[in-house]
Design a protein around this ligand. Structure first.
Ligand code: DX5
Ligand code: ZN
Length: 223
C-alpha cells in the first residue's frame, strides 16, 4: 500500500508571501506542493504560470506538482518542466492526443499525471493506465478553491483503484477539491493516496495541526 501523502494547494496560500508559505508547508510536514495553473479558458479563472513555480522552487525542497488546468497543455510542458516541476498533470479533456502528451511529459524526465473532471468517466484513461504516474480525480469542478466535495467521487476512487489492480498498473490516485478532516477518511478508505488540500491546509488557523490531523484521519480510515 502506498503511504498517504498530503499536498497543500498553493492556490490557498498568501500570494503576497509565497516564501513564507513554503516555510509553513515544510514545517507542517507536507509531502509536496500542488501548483494550480489556470488559463481562464479551460477553467473560468486565471491563477499563475511557470514564473511563479520557478520562483518558489528557490525556496523549497518539496516536490512541486503542477496541475495544468489549461487548454493545449502540450505547448507548455517544457516551460513547467524547466520551471522545476517534479510532476506535470494534464486534463484528459484538454488533450486530443493524450497518449502523446503523457509520453512527452515522461520524455522530459518528470512524472506524468492525468486529471479527470467529476463528470468525466474513468474509461478516458483506460488505455494509458500503465503509462501514467498519477491519476488526479477532481472532487470539485476545477477553477476555484474552497468548494464543497462532490460525494460521488468516493465511488469513482474505488473504481479507479479496482481498474489499477486489474491492469497491474502502479499509478498513485490523487484527489483534489474539498478535501478536509471530514472527507479525507472517505477518500483514503476508497483508495486515494495523495490528498490535495487547499483551504483546509494553508487556510487553517494552524497549518501544522491541520496537516497532522488530516493525515491521521486518512491513515486511520485505511486500518
Ligand atoms: C481546484 C484546484 C484545487 C484547489 C483545491 O480547481 O484544482 O487544487 O486548490 O482547493 P480546496 O482544497 O480549497 O478545495
Ligand atoms: Zn488542483
Amino acid at each position: 500500500m502506498k503511504p498517504i501523502e498530503i499536498h497543500p494547494s498553493l492556490l490557498a496560500a498568501d500570494f503576497s508571501d509565497l516564501r513564507g508559505a513554503m516555510k509553513m508547508a515544510e514545517a507542517a510536514g507536507a509531502d509536496a506542493i500542488h501548483c494550480d495553473v489556470m488559463d481562464g479558458h479551460y477553467v473560468p479563472n486565471i491563477s499563475f504560470g511557470a514564473p511563479i513555480i520557478k520562483a518558489i522552487k528557490k525556496h523549497t525542497g518539496l516536490p512541486l506538482r503542477t496541475h495544468l488546468m489549461i487548454e493545449h497543455p502540450e505547448l507548455y510542458v517544457d516551460d513547467f518542466v524547466n520551471a522545476g516541476s517534479y510532476e506535470v498533470t494534464v486534463h484528459a479533456e484538454a488533450c486530443i492526443h493524450l497518449n502523446r502528451v503523457v509520453n512527452l511529459i515522461k520524455s522530459k524526465g518528470v512524472q506524468a499525471g492525468v486529471s479527470l473532471n467529476p463528470s468525466t468517466p474513468l474509461c478516458m484513461i483506460k488505455h494509458v493506465l500503465k503509462d501514467i504516474d498519477v491519476l488526479l480525480l477532481m472532487s470539485v469542478n476545477p477553477g476555484f478553491g474552497g468548494q464543497s466535495f462532490i460525494p460521488e467521487t468516493v465511488a469513482k476512487i474505488r473504481e479507479a483503484a479496482e481498474m489499477r489492480a486489474a491492469a497491474g498498473a502502479d499509478f498513485s490516485i490523487a484527489v483534489d477539491g474539498g478535501v478536509d478532516l471530514k472527507t479525507a477518511p472517505l477518500v483514503a478508505e476508497a483508495g486515494a493516496e495523495q490528498l490535495i488540500v487547499g483551504t483546509a491546509s494553508f487556510g487553517a488557523p494552524d497549518m501544522t495541526e491541520a496537516v497532522k490531523n488530516i493525515r491521521a484521519a486518512a491513515e486511520d480510515a485505511r486500518k
